[in-house]
Design a protein around this ligand. Structure first.
Ligand code: FES
Length: 80
């Protein structure tokens, strides 16, 4: 599974790099290193959703520091 985190300018301003490192922490915490990777992506075209996150070829979600844990549990833990 690939978690694509947008690092385009709008998303970058909203803290893409924090989101990437949070995802990396969560992946380690749940021992998913061999199943899930986090990648930086160019603008995903939905800047109003910053920070935009797309798992594999799925829909684009809006992720922030408040919802990242719920997002991770619902979309990564369940599927990985
Ligand atoms: S900058 Fe992230 S979707 Fe455009």
């Amino acid at each position: 599974m690939v978690i694509n985190v947008c690092v385009g300018s709008a998303c970058h301003l909203k803290g893409s790099y924090n989101i990437i490192s949070k995802f990396e922490d969560l992946i380690k915490e749940y021992g998913l290193d061999d199943k899930v990777v986090v990648k930086a992506a160019f603008c995903l075209g939905q800047c109003t959703k910053a920070v935009s996150v797309k798992i594999d070829d799925g829909p684009i979600s809006s992720v922030n520091e408040d919802n990242i844990i719920d997002f991770f549990k619902a979309n990564v833990l369940k599927e990985a």
